[in-house]
Design a protein around this ligand. Structure first.
Ligand code: FES
Ligand code: FES
Length: 132
């Protein structure tokens, strides 16, 4: 049911944990399954220097958070915003249909963390919507 990539990121998650002195923190939850995902960002000169996550949720949510941190690390804010849940699913070589919402959580958590960063630092990020 799960691809090798999903299993790898679930069993051996990358960038897991809290980031001390994070510049932005975003927490989102899925009301239906009750899963919670939090993303921590360190931003310098509009570049995401470091990113970690903490996820209380299913294996697919852990895997999507893990791969999402890999995808955005070292990217500019502008490029990080282009990473959608589709890109996350693709990077995992696919997810079962019932687990697509888990990847949406990763996109939402990243955006929420960027929003938090922008508010705390008085920066406007073009195209970024406030978290729901
Ligand atoms: Fe917990 Fe299914 S919701 S095992
Ligand atoms: Fe809800 Fe995975 S089952 S985030």
């Amino acid at each position: 049911m799960y691809t090798k990539k999903v299993m790898d990121h679930f069993v051996n998650p990358r960038n897991m944990g809290e980031l001390e002195n994070a510049d932005g923190v975003g927490t989102v939850g899925n009301a239906k399954c009750g899963d919670i995902m939090r993303i921590y960002l360190k931003v310098e000169d509009e570049i995401i220097k470091d990113v970690t996550f903490k996820t209380f949720g299913c294996g697919a949510a852990v895997a999507t958070s893990s791969i999402a941190t890999e995808l955005v690390k070292g990217k500019s804010i502008k490029d990080a915003l282009k990473i959608t849940n589709d890109a996350v699913v693709e990077a995992l070589d696919g997810l079962p249909k019932a687990k697509i919402h888990c990847s949406l959580l990763a996109e939402e958590a990243l955006h929420a963390a960027l929003w938090d960063y922008s508010k705390k630092h008085g920066i406007d990020i073009e195209g970024l919507e406030p978290p729901k």
